[in-house]
Design a protein around this ligand. Sequence first.
Ligand SMILES: [Mn+2]
Length: 315
Amino acid sequence: MTNIRILEVRSELGGRLRGASLGIDAIKMADITKDNTFFYSEEKNRQKQIVAVKDFNSELLKPSPHRQAKYIDKIYNQCKLIAEATEKCLRDKKFPLIISGDHSNAIGTIAGIKNFYHDARIGVIWVDAHADLHSPYSSPSGNMHGMPMGASLAFDGIKEYKVTKRETEFWNKLKYLGSREIEPKIMPEDVVFIGLRDTEIEEDELIERNNIKVIDPIDFRSMSIKEVAEEAKKHLSHCDYLYVSFDIDSLDKSLVPGTGTPVDSGLSELEAKKLLQLLLKDERLCCFELTEVNPLLDVENKTAKMALEIIDSLF
Ligand SMILES: [Mn+2]
């Protein structure tokens, strides 16, 4: 795949720990240190294809007044910009390869895809240790990187916490960002979770109640990678387009210390590469996102190097 445009999305407003905005630059440094062929390869003509999306990380200097959805007003503005950049990329007939700070940015990505293919069915393959199905009503922490799937599916979840009027207002705006009507961007049957292994009870209930497809590490070990990819694609056979959202924490904790919420029993490097290669072969694939690399938590840039290895094997 050469006709790609790399969208750099540095926002880390949704994370718990600081540093994910530096992920993209750490990956670039890993590339420079290695052979400098991924981002600036002449032959691949990529130097003209990198677009940085404006971010609002300076807002982090002030605490957010929104306890149940931290920085939700800024994240809404951020997601609008990401949606515009993603949509423009598709309009320009370029494949969007998004490298983002924290996973809340994916609300914007999905909104952008939906803006462009508004009448189509968008399938989402969420490769992640986490389900990210929280909402301001259910989140114990209020960190929005745990909410992008909740927002995209327009799930409010279990109403456990008291949410302010402003938080509700912005949450509703995010839920319907990219939709023409008051309707979810994606439907539960259009989602496959791969690598899921650290979920909360509220999320498990949503998965069960909505019958969402999950391929967890236990399934993973009893199937071949090829079967995992095939099962995911088969489950989404009714979808017109596919978006793969790859959280680096889907990999095993030992391989990726530089991420906000590492979890053990994750994918190996080889499993991740093979799986993504097979998923990316699907001609319906319209966008790929890599997220949650945090060099401030890393050991000698190990996680960024891993992320580079993976995207380099794909594009
Ligand atoms: Mn995630």
